[in-house]
Design a binder for this molecule. Structure first.
Ligand code: SAH
Ligand code: SF4
Ligand code: F3S
Length: 433
């Protein structure tokens, strides 16, 4: 008798990939995917600790699953990923209905844990070596395949919990990555996205991130290659030159988290670059690839951030004019250095700064999107548009969504069309006149 599993994923793309690894492991055992939580013998929540809000969502979800378990006592619940690593003791003490607490480096052992009598089963050992080589992710059908190329983070930005939940940096071998890319192409994926907490600090001996990107452009059938998230400190001119030389195979998009604009705050965040260095990187990128989409992550209300610091952040945003940005209020995280600093920016000020930042970014997004009008661009077709069955949607190389008439386009085709309009965060390519 096959048993059924159901996985819910929170947090970043690295977790999306890990959930596919988990699904692959379970499918190699006596498990098949269930259609939902009600239909499962095993539910795994793959969790995120990056901000307090991310953890709260999972706490309330666990409450709901507790009720489900009352109705279905055979159900096993596993908390896996970053929260398992961060909150093991709390979960074990306060949530006795959780049957497994597994950190991000423990998944290879799941086949044994499925048959363990321990209650709960706990494994939160972090590894210096685990990169899940030899395990095959069970991917959902689609255009894009995630490929994790490195794990962990050694940067220790002072606000960030990731180095504690994910452990030390380690890279996969080039051959295993190339093999996985080939297999993805054979399975029909048109695009791959390379993943790592610090994707561009990838290295295998003398073989660096830009060498890997270049090697991947040789894989037949892959139409587009993306990656996320790089750290500004490790952006090299060699990397940007590979972008320029390998267009359109390598997408013209860099997600380059800035976090803050003032040098004082950047130093306290331990970001290891200055405002000047960041702006020089942007100039260098745009010199080699003028139409590169540049997106970012920002944090407002970091401990000690003054009004003047925040104004500097706005000034840098005005200079760069990012294509889009993820913007967050600072959230103190346990273990981190910033947690020992006084969280002295009030909630009201954090909210006001976030609102102002979002409003400014909205102007820049509109500016960048409207600049695309009249251009002929390559679009990788994804699926039917949500709003109309007569239209399809796809993505530009610079990572913007475009809506266009269905005609006889099929998902995964790389097509060329002229952009005719921009509204919010959507581009349109519609017949004119
Ligand atoms: N490795 C990536 C980011 C991973 S976390 C990088 O360095 O760019 C994703 C984003 O969450 C970060 O870029 C940051 O903007 C935000 N973030 C991380 N810790 C945070 C915290 N304690 N409070 C608020 N935002 C945070
Ligand atoms: Fe966190 Fe900084 Fe590492 Fe990104 S680089 S995961 S923000 S510590
Ligand atoms: Fe969250 Fe862990 Fe990713 S903390 S952002 S799921 S690495």
């Amino acid at each position: 008798m096959k048993r059924r599993f159901y996985i819910e994923t929170y947090g970043c793309q690295m977790n999306e990939y890990d959930s596919e690894i988990l699904a692959g492991i379970l499918s190699s055992q006596e498990y098949v995917p269930g259609s939902g939580p009600e239909d499962a013998d095993l539910i795994l929540l793959n969790t995120c600790s990056v901000r307090e809000h991310a953890e709260q969502k999972v706490h309330s979800r666990l409450g709901e699953l507790k009720a489900l378990k009352k109705k279905n006592p055979g159900l096993r619940i596993g908390l896996v990923g970053c929260m398992a690593q961060n909150l093991k003791a709390d979960i074990v003490k306060h949530k006795p209905y959780v049957d497994m607490v597994l950190g991000p480096d423990s998944y290879r052992h799941i086949p044994e844990y499925l048959h363990s009598d321990d209650s709960p089963v706990i494994d939160t050992d972090l590894s210096k070596y685990e990169v899940y080589d030899g395990l095959f992710p069970s991917r959902r059908e689609g255009v894009n395949a995630w490929i994790s190329i490195m794990r962990g983070c050694d940067k220790f930005c002072s606000y960030c919990i990731v180095p504690y939940t994910r452990g030390r940096e380690r890279s996969r071998s080039p051959q295993s990555i190339l093999d996985e890319a080939k297999r993805s192409a054979e399975q029909g994926f048109a695009e791959i996205t390379l993943l790592g907490q610090n994707v561009n600090s990838y290295r295998s001996g003398a073989f660096r991130f830009h060498d890997l990107l270049k090697a991947l452009t040789e894989v037949e059938g892959i139409k587009r290659i993306r990656y996320t998230s790089p750290h500004p400190q490790d952006i090299t001119e060699d990397l940007v030159k590979v972008h320029a030389a390998c267009r359109p195979r390598i997408a013209s998009h860099i997600h380059l988290p800035l976090q803050a604009g003032s040098d004082r705050v950047l130093r306290r965040m331990n970001r290891t670059y200055s405002q000047k260095h960041y702006l020089q990187l942007v100039d260098m990128i745009r010199k080699h690839v003028p139409d590169m989409g540049i997106t970012t992550d920002m944090i407002v209300g970091f401990p000690g951030e003054t009004e003047a610091d925040f104004r500097e952040t706005l000034e840098v945003m005005r200079k760069v004019k990012f294509d889009s940005a993820y913007m967050f209020k600072y959230s103190p995280r346990p273990h981190t250095r910033a947690a020992a600093m006084e969280d002295d920016v009030s909630e009201a000020v954090k909210s006001a700064r976030l609102t102002e930042l979002i409003a400014l970014q909205k102007e820049h997004t509109l500016y960048r999107y409207r600049k695309m009008i009249g251009r002929d661009v390559g679009i990788l077709v994804e699926s039917e548009s949500k709003k109309s069955p007569d239209e399809m949607k796809g993505r530009t190389s610079c990572n913007k969504i475009v809506v266009f008439p269905r005609e006889d386009y099929r998902p995964k085709a790389l097509i060329r069309r002229r952009i005719t309009d921009a509204q919010g965060v959507t581009l349109f390519s519609r017949p004119e006149g």
